[in-house]
Structure formats: C-alpha cells, structure tokens
Design a protein. Sequence first.
Length: 117
Amino acid sequence: VQLQASGGGLVQTGGSLRLSCAASGSTVSSYVMGWYRQAPGKERESVALINSGGNTDYADSVKGRFTISRDNAKTTVYLQMNSLKPEDTAVYYCAAKDSYYSNFDIWGQGTEVTVSS
C-alpha cells in the first residue's frame, strides 16, 4: 500500500482546508486510517483516526473543528479542517494499519499546512 497526501497550503486563522490521502497498491477498506501532524520543533502527534466501520477518534485539540472521513470506493481518506488556528500549523501525514491494536506502519509523505495569524 502506498499513501499520497495532498491538500495542504496557506490559510488565514479561521479558514478551512481539506486534506486528502489517496491509497494505491492495495485496498485499504479494512484498514484503520489516521492523520498525524508534526509542528516545527515538536513531536509528531495523532490528530484523528477512523476504522473500517467509520468509527472515529480525535485529539482533544481538534475536536469539533476537524472531521475525518473515508471513501472506501475511492480508497481515499479526508481530513476536513475548519476554524484553523496558528497552532494547527504543521506537516500533516496520513497513515494506515491493518489492525486497531497495532502501530501505524504505512505512511504517506507529508503535506504542509500553514495558518497565518
């Protein structure tokens, strides 16, 4: 499985962006998919994840503002980001794993999100 993230860019505080993560090479409909981010000088952190049944989980810092979704027919996962804040500035990565209890072991390249104040 290969993952390709896209959709990053520069946006003002309060704006919105939608990130996409396209999977290729194999179906990911049964995989747990996630979005992570890494801000300059900080550790990578989990942002959101979604399992094959559509159940989701979010970091407290993005609850109510970000929405993760998946389109299994297109093998694509999305991250809708609303009400963006400067602290959301980071490189965002999509990831996949074939078991809820395992670590994410398939990673895409990052897409950069910059939120200006």
